[in-house]
Design a protein around this ligand. Structure first.
Ligand code: NAD
Length: 430
């Protein structure tokens, strides 16, 4: 853990904080490539082999049937089912409003109509991690935006839990409206979604978080055949707070992030040295009596508590481009005006990251490792295509003909020019 003034950081210190968790995929590319090639060439047979090797289970049929979902409901506590339903409603509402903001439109000038129509991709694959834990919230965050966007076939894949899939994941998939569920995980699941197998037809887009093998596989399959959302690594938070912020809230929010993963990154930027020290002490105090201490002890090693004036804090945050950004200052919306890069922003002392992880309705599948500089979090947009349209009257064609003919001829595409002229024979000499 480092506690220092932003201005006092050495170049190396700053570099290692900003360039956190750059995934070194080089080493695992050959393994993942081999898995993908095998799935492409041998389909279900390869899926069975890898599932036995990595998940230590023999699966004959990867498909989840109606009866398994009914059994899952019997195993899951009613309280959990209703929490999933409530979260589902909020997530659905948020993404429906997001969809409304993506407009179809048309304009007309001089007989030339142009515009945009919006159509969903036909199919989407949602990867739901399942190795070390299970994530019903990730089911909602991936399936719901796809369904709201209008995707007809939404597929969930998740590593097997014994012979099936964790019942909570199944219940969440059912509530979210998944059309198909398969018990397969890892790079082999990504291969199945990208190329298709006898049991699992291919999809158009693959979304959702996963470990390094899953992320590497997504990056390798992405291209003209299948689209992916973005690479996502270990989770992270950056908090900007002023002297008035409550130590306990800030310290707890950093611990909440650190418990995800030993590689999680937790950064605090505050406006005074005294505040930095008192929050550090609060973290050490809370650590004495915490769950998931073995993970936290490792993740907190990467923690940076930095202090500087508010402009320095904002500049550092923009350079860091965090996945989650909390702003706990007297007037957080004033700071928000200057925020350029973040996956999702949490404003004020009553908005800790977990509210967005589960229930406000915003999406928790977010770009990490500085990727919020160039990517947005998962949203309905990822599942949609904007198709441009144009329709010209004869007058419209006449109006634009000289521009088209001149540019087509200069590019040597004389038939391009002719196809315009032919329509205007009564007006133009061929
Ligand atoms: P996972 O489902 O991503 O990976 C498990 C699979 O990895 C296994 O089924 C196996 O097929 C494969 N695998 C394991 N060891 C392998 C090896 N040596 N070679 C090849 N393949 C191998 O589950 P996980 O491992 O628990 O990782 C989940 C990750 O997703 C965690 O880092 C977690 O923090 C992250 N996560 C992120 C979010 C988010 O929204 N950002 C949400 C939930 C989880």
């Amino acid at each position: 853990m480092i506690v220092k003034g932003i201005k006092e950081l050495t170049e190396e210190e700053k570099y290692s904080i900003i360039n956190r968790n750059k995934m070194n995929l080089e080493e695992i590319i050959p393994t993942v490539k081999e898995i993908l090639d095998n799935v492409k060439n041998r389909g279900d047979e390869a899926l069975r082999e890898y599932t036995k090797k990595f998940d230590r289970v023999d699966i004959e049929d990867f498909k989840v049937y109606k009866e398994e979902i009914e059994e899952a409901y019997e195993k899951v506590d009613y309280k959990v089912v209703s929490a999933i339903e409530r979260a589902y409603e909020n997530i659905k509402r948020f993404h429906e409003i997001q969809l409304e903001s993506i407009k179809e439109w048309e304009i007309e000038k001089d007989g030339i109509k142009t515009g945009q129509i919006v159509r969903p991709v036909r199919s989407a694959g949602c990867y739901v991690p399942g190795g070390r834990a299970f994530y019903p919230s990730t089911v909602l965050m991936t399936v719901v935006p796809a369904k709201v966007a209008g995707v007809k076939r939404v597929v969930v894949v998740s590593p097997p839990y014994g012979k099936g899939i964790n019942p909570v994941t199944l219940v969440a998939s059912h509530i979210a409206g998944a059309d198909e569920i398969y018990k397969v995980g890892g790079a082999q699941a990504i291969g199945a979604l990208a190329y298709g197998t006898e049991t699992i037809p291919k999809v158009d887009i693959i979304v959702g978080p996963g470990n390094i093998y899953v992320t590497c596989a997504k990056m390798l399959v992405s291209g003209s055949e299948v689209k992916i959302d973005f690479p996502a690594g270990p989770s992270e938070v950056l908090i900007i707070c002023d002297e008035e912020a409550k130590d306990e809230y800030v310290a707890m929010d950093l611990l909440a992030q650190g418990e995800h993963d030993p590689n999680s990154s937790c950064i605090l930027l505050t406006t005074s040295r005294e505040k930095a020290i008192s929050i550090k002490n609060k973290i050490l105090e809370l650590m004495k009596n915490t769950e998931r201490r073995n993970i936290l002890e490792r993740s907190l090693k990467n923690m940076a508590i930095l202090y500087g004036d508010i402009t320095e804090c904002i500049e550092f945050s923009n350079e860091y481009a965090p996945e989650h950004l909390e702003i706990i200052t007297e007037n957080p919306r004033e700071i928000l005006k200057y925020i350029e890069n973040a996956g999702s922003v949490f404003l004020g002392e009553y908005t800790p990251v977990p509210v967005g992880d589960y229930a406000t309705g915003t999406n928790h599948v977010l770009p990490t490792g500085g990727c919020s500089r160039i990517y947005s979090g998962l949203s309905v947009d990822y599942f949609l295509k904007k198709i441009s349209i144009q329709e010209l009257s004869k007058e419209g064609l006449e109006c634009i003909s000289e521009t088209v003919i001149t540019l087509a001829e200069i590019e040597g595409l004389h038939n391009h020019a002719k196809t315009v002229k032919i329509r205007l024979q009564d007006k133009i000499d061929l």
